[in-house]
Design a protein around this ligand. Structure first.
Ligand SMILES: [Zn+2]
Length: 159
């Protein structure tokens, strides 16, 4: 990607934000222009020609035992490649580990079974998606409590 001054933009850092958004910072060595793009991994992937790790994901990898790091790298890059994702976040590392699935804590499962049918399917999808976005391996009661107001506000709001 080139700056309007003609120099090639340098990727400075990629920070992970909330809700699966990443903040990608570029700077121009030619005119010292700096700017950032906020995007999800899906949206940001077309900007990159090959796999790029967020700073957090890179940091996570760097803390791994040396024998494990290349294995995890490959696993995540393969998983991301199969989904055409080129921005690799910590959430994606967990997602790759779980192969895109989240487990349910038994207590959370019980609680979900009490949610009325029409809302239940939507709640399940939202909770699993949120858990994946945040890199959580399972849906917990704590997560349900947190999202209850947001997604299940219509249920159980009596007075
Ligand atoms: Zn420039």
């Amino acid at each position: 990607m080139n700056c309007s001054c003609g120099s090639e933009l340098q990727l400075v850092r990629i920070e992970e934000g909330d809700d699966g958004q990443s903040f990608i910072r570029y700077s121009c060595p030619g005119c010292a222009l700096e700017f950032g793009i906020e995007a999800t991994c899906d949206e940001a992937s077309p900007f990159f020609n090959g796999p790029v790790w967020t700073d957090e994901a890179q940091h996570y990898l760097d803390r791994m035992p040396p024998y494990l790091k290349p294995l995890v790298c490959k696993e995540v890059e393969d998983y991301a490649g199969s989904k055409n994702i080129r921005l690799l976040s910590t959430g994606l590392i967990t997602e790759a580990k779980n192969q895109g699935t989240v487990s349910w804590h038994p207590e959370a499962e019980t609680r979900l079974s009490r949610v009325p049918g029409p809302v239940r399917a939507m709640a399940r999808v939202e909770l699993e998606r949120t858990a994946l976005d945040r890199g959580l391996p399972e849906v917990t009661v704590a997560l349900m409590e947190e999202l209850k107001a947001r997604y299940f506000g219509m249920a159980g709001k009596g007075s």
